[in-house]
Design a protein around this ligand. Structure first.
Ligand SMILES: Nc1nc2c(c(=O)[nH]1)N[C@H]1C(S)=C(S)[C@@H](COP(=O)(O)O)O[C@H]1N2
Ligand SMILES: [Mo]
Length: 250
């Protein structure tokens, strides 16, 4: 069966099932095609499954909108106060010379990159919209390395399903699936609007996932762990903040 007709079948099937005999059938269909988000058991349960499944079918290969320079926001909004943790301030005082991004988990070659290492990769810049779930947003030009390049360097195992992200900020961590991790617009960024990434925006390093809401763009990025099960990690990252959906596609 061609991809297109299969896609029609799945979307049609999901919609019909949701309308006709309830969400349980849609969920069963979604499961059959690997379209169940990891937080499906939570309070948003079946609704989350439908959102995730529909988006994954319709937008798996789609791109977030990119904007012209003229639309870059004059005053990009940095959410929250710059990180005040002692280990962070120490690294900042050293010009972040000791900052490391570790890539580990289900990979052939665990690696650790300094900022200088990351700057040796071919850079990509993109002007995208960062939208916070609280209603505000801004457009900025982000510069960095495609996450897929870093994963290539580490060699993820074929059965890997997710990439967990960890921040130097205590207890800040999240995760995305492989489709988003390998997406060409998902970047590990060290620059914004032509300069270094300031502390307020997560400097010296943050993840940018422009196809999802702002909270998936983790600031102060220190570690990426490839896994097939988000519940197997030290902290259950299948639903890091119960009040937010794990999948925040836009
Ligand atoms: N480490 C860390 N990353 C984070 C957050 C945070 O509090 N800590 N907030 C998230 C949320 S909710 C949003 S909307 C964006 C805000 O990005 P900005 O501060 O660059 O505007 O960062 C995301 N990444
Ligand atoms: Mo947010």
């Amino acid at each position: 069966m061609s991809f297109l007709s299969r896609r029609k079948l799945i979307t049609g099937g999901l919609a019909t099932a949701a309308g006709a005999s309830g969400l349980a059938v849609a969920a069963r269909l979604a499961s059959q095609y690997g379209l169940i988000p990891p937080d499906h058991g939570g309070i948003y349960g079946p609704g989350e499954t439908l959102t995730y499944a529909a988006q994954r079918i319709l937008t798996r290969h789609s791109m977030a909108r990119e904007f012209p320079r003229s639309l870059i926001s004059k005053t990009p909004f940095a959410n929250g106060r710059p990180l005040q943790q002692e280990n962070y301030l120490r690294s900042q005082a050293a010009g972040f010379a000791d900052w490391r991004l570790q890539v580990d988990g289900m990979v052939a070659r665990p690696v650790s990159f300094s900022l200088a290492d990351l700057r040796k990769f071919p850079l990509r810049s993109q002007i995208t919209h960062l939208a916070c779930e609280e209603g505000w947003s801004f457009i900025a030009e982000w510069t960095g390395v495609p996450l897929s390049d870093l994963l290539d360097a580490a060699g993820p195992r074929p059965d890997a399903k997710f990439v967990a992200s960890y921040s130097m900020e205590k207890d800040a961590s999240d995760s995305i699936d492989m489709a988003d991790a390998l997406h060409p617009q998902t970047l590990v960024t060290y620059g914004i609007n032509g300069g270094d990434l300031p502390v307020g925006h997560g400097g010296p390093l943050r993840l940018r996932v422009p196809r999802q809401l702002g909270y998936k763009s983790l600031k102060y990025l220190t570690r990426l762990t490839v896994t097939d099960d988000l519940k197997k990690l030290g902290r259950d990252l299948s639903n890091p903040s119960p009040e937010y959906a794990w999948y925040a596609g836009i």
